[in-house]
Design a protein. Structure first.
Length: 154
């Protein structure tokens, strides 16, 4: 278990790495580090649709997003927080994933694209999108924890 200081330092280090990755991607390739756009572009490329650019950098970026935390957990001897997966929650997770996917298309981006990259560029559209993301998250937490909706009450 991490102490409060270690927890703060790890969070700050993670935030710095996310910011550094966004700056490096923008500086080297002129691309925004929005995960939904990167994943969608990779899928389009693998299916032979969309842009004709190489898919390698997209694959490497997404692989790093997935494998980085797994490597960190392996080096630390396990996940820093306990993870509990309830099999009965899988339908809700699937529905939530579909809603998030729909929302990223509707909002023309995800929290990483709007919240990290868009806010850093002072994009008005990203400011509105990020505010909507936070309000939706607050409403979801309130509905599940305080109202006990979906059997997920705390």
């Amino acid at each position: 278990m991490l102490t409060p200081v270690q927890d703060w330092v790890m969070g700050a280090a993670g935030g710095l790495m996310i910011g550094l990755a966004a700056v490096l991607l923008m500086g080297s390739l002129g691309r925004i580090a929005g995960i939904s756009g990167l994943a969608g572009g990779l899928l389009d490329r693998l299916l032979g649709r969309g842009e004709r650019e190489a898919a390698g950098w997209r694959f490497a970026f997404i692989a790093g997003v997935v494998l980085g935390p797994l490597l960190f957990a392996a080096l630390r001897g396990g996940a820093p927080v306990p993870v509990r997966l309830d099999v009965t929650a899988w339908p809700l997770l699937a529905i939530g994933g579909l809603l998030v996917g729909f929302g990223t298309r509707l909002g023309a981006g995800c929290t990483s694209g709007h919240g990290v990259c868009g806010l850093a560029r002072f994009s008005g559209r990203s400011m509105v999108a990020t505010a909507v993301f936070f309000l939706a998250a607050l409403a979801t937490v309130f509905a599940t924890r305080q109202l006990g909706l979906f059997g997920l009450g705390g």
